[in-house]
Design a protein around this ligand. Structure first.
Ligand code: MF3
Ligand code: CO
Ligand code: CO
Length: 265
């Protein structure tokens, strides 16, 4: 079932998204060579709870953490391991959800650790632009295929990257994962028609090489968990926003950038 949200509900999600965005903004100063992934987790968990929020991933299908922290060829759902030390040149993705007063938000951001190579910088730029090209299609009357096509065409046809198929965006609110599924690939004018009041995530995962991914086990026997890595060892990048589809266009609810995102606020 797809639930359409009232302006009041969208305001609640916007407050939740603002808290989530503040965590990402704080992480810009935390993420540097030498820190462990667990330090990202501790910062996020503490920031969310001390501002009245609940880390939504904690307890979700047995997951134990506030964040997913994936580095380099790791694609998604990776745990913030204490023994994962970030090095200069690494690409780290931090994905989290926040519940605030019953309202959900979900946003992943990619960070360069120290200085990344120009090759990885380009992967980051293309992935972020792909997210925004997808958001631009999230207008009343368009279809889900318009979002997916915009992302796939730009990342694969124009830039030669691999656009992950197996993990997708989703409706959000009242729970983290709601209908509809929001694939990051597709055909123009195909799929479900977008309506005012839908709240969704768009969260492309773009790989340097093949779009195919594999599952991998966290090696800690006390903390069994399966996450995703690229099939060919190429690096992967991801950006995710939560947005509302309104009659005034797509509204980003997890914005970290009031100036750059001005037309989406
Ligand atoms: N935040 C992820 C998403 O974008 C979901 C992570 S579920 C977890 O949908 F259990 F791995 F945390
Ligand atoms: Co999501
Ligand atoms: Co997410």
């Amino acid at each position: 079932m797809i639930t359409l949200k009232s302006p009041r509900e969208i305001e609640g999600m916007r407050k939740s998204g603002a808290l989530l965005a503040a965590v990402h903004i704080g992480l810009r100063d935390i993420i540097k060579p030498g820190i462990s992934a667990m330090e990202i987790e501790r910062f996020a968990d503490h920031y969310i709870t001390s501002h009245g929020g609940i880390p939504g991933e904690k307890g979700f299908e047995g997951y134990k953490y506030a964040t997913c922290v994936a580095v380099n060829d790791e694609v998604a759902h990776a745990t913030p391991r204490q023994n994962l030390i970030l090095h200069n040149g690494d690409l780290v993705k931090v994905d989290m959800t926040v519940t605030l007063d019953g309202y959900q938000s979900d946003s992943c951001w990619s960070y360069a650790v120290g200085e990344v190579s120009s090759k990885i910088k380009k992967l980051m730029d293309v992935t972020k632009k792909a997210l925004y090209l997808g958001i631009d299609q999230a207008v009343v009357g368009n279809r889900l295929g318009d979002i997916g096509y915009a992302i796939q065409h730009y990342t694969e046809d124009e830039n030669g990257y691999g656009d992950v198929r197996d993990l997708i965006g989703h409706g959000i609110q009242p729970t983290m994962h709601e209908q509809p599924n929001v694939p990051h690939y597709g055909e123009p004018h195909k799929g479900l028609r977008l309506k005012e009041g839908m709240t969704i995530t768009i969260e492309p995962m773009i790989n340097e090489g093949t779009w195919q991914i594999l599952t991998k086990e966290v090696s800690d026997p006390n903390d069994p968990w399966e996450y995703y890595v690229t099939a060919d060892g190429g690096w992967s990048c991801q950006y995710e926003h939560t947005l509302a589809i309104t009659k005034d266009g797509p509204k980003i609810l997890t914005s970290q950038d009031p100036i750059g995102d001005a037309k989406y606020l």
